[in-house]
Ligand binder design. Structure first.
Ligand SMILES: [Zn+2]
Length: 309
């Protein structure tokens, strides 16, 4: 489900699964659309999107959640001007001490939160008609707090109702497996879950363990300085026949409201210009590279309920 409506899996083609156009770190109590000018943000972002379109990218998954600067109409206009499929999300981001959690979420039940997110999936976000293409939540590095457990339960129930995949800002293994435990109780299979920022987990046996369960492993912070780490993590999963569970991206961008011309903006080209040539050098076949960049994203973001039978 893109910001311009549904596309087939085939139309997704080469996809970047975790990037940003705009992020506003001001906090849930202060963030408003008045803090940026959509046309200025679009002018700043478009050249970076055109760059990856020219490199063969067709789908751009924008991971900025609500209360952190999610702007469906901005994304829609950039999808139109760049020719890229762009996906946005529903859900709440609990990391950073709940700075990006709206007041109502502290008191409402998991079902009430799920009802809000399901409504966005059915009717579109804030009257824009733009529908989310996945569920994005976020938790802290350590053990899950009660509030964050509630977010995971709400995400699970939203998944069962909508078939949207859950991408959770997670980091290390402890909260990853705690979330998978909650999903299990809720009857949701690990195939519905993307372990976002799995590169933060240094014990690579945990990547193997989670992907053997069925979860997606998001190696989504690629940059010029960590290419060898990425090759090592990808090879580790390949050795275990788990290439089919890897999702790659940069977590790059973005326009910073309040900064001169949006501040420093990092492009999204390292994967195309550096990682792919390096994978070829490491004897990855074109079929394997295609699996990582095309097939896995289309499977991960396919709409469908993954229930534990
Ligand atoms: Zn991100």
């Amino acid at each position: 489900m893109t910001v311009n409506g549904p596309v087939s899996s085939k139309e997704m083609s080469i996809s970047l699964i975790h990037e940003h156009i705009l992020v506003d770190f001001i906090g849930a109590d202060s963030v408003t659309f008045m803090r940026w000018d959509k046309s200025k943000v679009a002018d700043r972002s478009l050249p970076f999107l055109k760059q990856i379109k020219d490199l063969g990218c067709q789908t751009f998954i924008e991971c900025t959640p609500a209360y952190l600067g999610r702007d469906p109409l901005l994304l829609k206009s950039l999808s139109d001007s760049s020719g890229l499929n762009i996906l946005t999300n529903t859900g709440y981001y609990g990391a950073v001490n709940n700075k990006y959690i709206p007041q109502h979420a502290f008191n409402e039940t998991a079902d009430q939160l799920a009802a809000r997110w399901i409504l966005e999936c059915e009717n579109g976000i804030d009257g824009t008609g733009v529908k989310p293409g996945f569920i994005k939540i976020g938790v802290e590095n350590g053990n899950l707090t009660d509030l964050h457990k509630k977010l995971v339960v709400a995400a699970a129930r939203t998944h069962l109702k909508t078939g949207l995949t859950i991408a959770s800002h997670t980091g290390p293994a402890i909260p990853a497996f705690e979330q998978l435990d909650i999903l299990k109780i809720e009857g949701v299979a690990p195939e519905a879950f993307i372990w976002v920022h799995a590169q933060s987990e240094k014990d690579l046996s945990n990547h193997v363990k989670a992907s053997k369960m069925g979860a997606w492993i998001g190696l989504d912070g690629l940059n010029e300085n960590n290419l060898t780490d990425y090759i090592r993590m990808i090879k580790n999963l390949r050795e275990n026949n788990l290439l089919n569970k890897i999702l790659l991206s940069h977590d790059a961008g973005w326009y910073h409201p309040g900064e001169e011309n949006g501040g420093e903006y990092h492009g999204y080209t390292t994967l195309f210009k550096k990682l792919i040539p390096l994978l070829r050098k490491e004897n990855f076949s074109e079929k394997e590279i295609n699996q990582l960049l095309v097939f896995n994203p289309s499977e991960a973001f396919k709409i469908g309920v993954h229930r534990i039978n």
